[in-house]
Design a protein around this ligand. Sequence first.
Ligand code: UDP
Length: 252
Amino acid sequence: PLKQLIVVTPTYNRAFQAYFLHRLGQVLRLVKPPLVWIVVEEKTVSLETAEILRKTGVMYWHVVSTRNSSHVKDRGVHQRNAALEHIERHKLDGIVFFADDDNVYTLGLFESLRTISRFGTWPVAMLERSKNKAILEGAVCNVSQVIGWHTNEKSKRLRRFHVDMSGFAFNSTILWDPKRWGRPFSNPIHQLDTVKEGFQETTFIEQIVEDESQMEGIPPGCSRIMNWHLHLDTGALVYPKGWQLQKNLEVT
Ligand code: UDP
């Protein structure tokens, strides 16, 4: 039997959210089951999101993160925590992958996730925010051994691991078997609450693996781009005259 994939997506109401969720949902629909999509919103479940999820035909959980984090811009941290709690509570067995809603994913990525036994990572292609330059972030590998990191952003050089949020995945057993890694940890992601931007991923990963020797680079050689992080800025969109953005999802 194929290994279950547990895809975690934090999302929030904004322009293009419908586009992002439709696009991701349609890729997930093409992935061979078993796959479960955990979509997490903040504070309330939106009916618009629920409708999109219903129509995708993907098996999903629509979860709300109730913790109030309105005073900090946490970029989905509480939502990812809520998903991890959900996975723990229901003892969902599978490969956990944080798929941000705005990224572009190949089908091959999801096939590769199934080759992970404990912790897998790979390089992600992205656009540098300011310069419109394509860059890579993530593992450099010798076959499946991680031997270095691609990184370009100066501000982030101090990170231990140069991995994008959608550039790693891990076996859910890690969440309820702390001894597996030879050192106990408290609920890992919760410690992310105070982590500054750009350090979320490394802070999380440092809590579940000791070093590169415990990582599996995928696919062998890490020489294929399987997803893109484009930072599509939809903050200041202008709409056709007379059209309205209803609840930040669909334009009518
Ligand atoms: N996100 C969210 N609430 C927020 C900010 C971000 O749910 O207040 C989600 C967003 O939908 C996406 C992920 O967190 O799935 C990453 O957000 P974003 O793309 O803004 O971060 P970036 O990729 O630019 O670092």
